[in-house]
Design a protein around this ligand. Structure first.
Ligand code: MRU
Length: 370
């Protein structure tokens, strides 16, 4: 995607220098600052501190992190140690484990001196695959947007609501939930996006609003609690969100608050779509109650970070002094509340059969055999 006419990928290996470069998302939307990931420790820290975040980008960063670890020491022991270290940085997005598995499979049978190049190649392929996957998600989602827009009538603006950031900042390019939005906008379908601010870290207000603005997509940031009201007043035609893990039965883990939007959508007859790449499906888990939910620092709830008038960043206290806070970072939306899953292979019902209809190769393997 482009910012001021320049095309960016969220993570890439520079051709001449071999440096692995990404952007520090903790500084957005105020500053777009490139950072180098020079070691596995840098990659792990970037994931943990959310300089990079979003399920596909966490996976891509871990893949490069593993290649960087092997650059230092390509032994079997270090391969296992690096995988274990990177995998434990964030628990909910399954893309992290998936990406590490992909790189491991690409290198483990090779002699140590062939592993580094193979690992960087695998990480690069995984990134290219993510871009193409998101592009296809966009094409399939565009079909749904067209259908809903046509029902509204010519020239009438389609109202889309999204939660968190499942855009190109969360992936390598395009995004998952945002790819159909960008394609619809580019195709001249008039649309407007309600962007949930997404407390406590404000990925909607800071990141999704930034991306949509950079692409010229009309949007409005709303408080997380406003979505239900807008739906009751027929101001939302569809919801599209991303996800960190979809279980074999179609349950969906995504940023905390997604479940409440799905409930409000169901109560108001608003279609609720989830966009995801194949790398987000966890075929080993029967249902969403088994997904590990990340607990983050209470400080994210008790404080807010932003830019002051003089341009400096500051953190301010927003809760009563002495109060504690709980901060579950994700919730699970049961499959029954999901209208459809938008994948790179097409649209599926959120159910075991729905998913297997798009990924029939999984049928033969059975549960737990991935
Ligand atoms: O905590 P974050 O910012 O990593 O959470 C991100 C989300 O919840 C996204 O919706 C999800 O990863 C999908 S990204 C295409």
């Amino acid at each position: 995607m482009k910012i001021d006419g320049t095309a960016y990928r969220m993570i890439r290996r520079e051709a001449g220098t071999g440096k692995v470069m990404t952007f520090d998302q903790t500084l957005l939307p105020h500053r777009l600052v490139p950072i180098e990931l020079a070691s596995m420790e840098d990659a792990a820290r970037a994931i943990l501190t959310m300089q990079v975040r979003g399920a596909p980008l966490i996976g891509a960063t871990a893949a490069y992190g593993l290649a960087l670890a092997l650059q230092r020491d390509a032994s079997d022991a270090n391969l296992a140690k690096a995988i274990e270290h990177l995998a434990r940085q964030r628990p909910t997005a399954i893309n992290l484990k998936w990406a590490l598995d992909e790189v491991r499979k690409a290198v483990e049978a090779l002699p140590p001196d062939a592993r580094v190049a193979a690992a960087f190649d695998a990480a690069g392929r995984l990134c290219d695959d993510d871009v193409e996957t998101c592009r296809r998600i966009g094409e399939h989602g565009l079909g749904i947007i067209r259908e809903i827009a046509e029902k509204k009538g010519p020239g009438e603006r389609l109202e889309v609501l999204t939660h968190c950031n499942a855009g190109w900042l969360a992936c390598v390019d395009w995004g998952t939930a945002t790819a159909p939005i960008y394609m619809a906008h580019d195709a001249g379908i008039p649309l407007h996006v309600w962007v949930d601010e997404t407390r406590p870290r404000n990925q909607g207000a800071a990141l999704t609003a930034f991306e949509l603005g950079a692409h010229g997509v009309p949007h409005t940031v709303i408080a997380d609690n406003a979505g239900g009201h807008l739906m009751q007043h027929a101001q939302v035609d569809m919801v599209i969100v991303g996800t960190d893990r979809v279980t074999a039965n179609g349950d969906v883990a995504n940023k905390i608050g997604t479940y409440l939007k799905a409930l409000a959508a169901a109560d108001n007859g608003v279609p609720f779509y989830v966009a995801l790449p194949h790398s987000t499906i966890d075929w080993t888990i029967a249902d969403g109650f088994h997904i590990p939910i990340e607990e983050r620092s209470p400080d994210e709830v008790l404080k807010m970070t932003g830019r002051l008038a003089d341009g400096t960043m500051a953190s301010v206290e927003v809760a009563a002094p002495g109060s504690g806070a709980a901060n579950p970072a994700f919730d699970v939306t049961p499959a029954r509340l999901v209208t459809g899953l938008i994948t790179e292979r097409g649209i599926a019902k959120a159910s075991r059969e729905g998913l297997l209809s798009l990924y029939p190769e999984r049928r033969a393997r059975g549960r737990g055999a991935i």
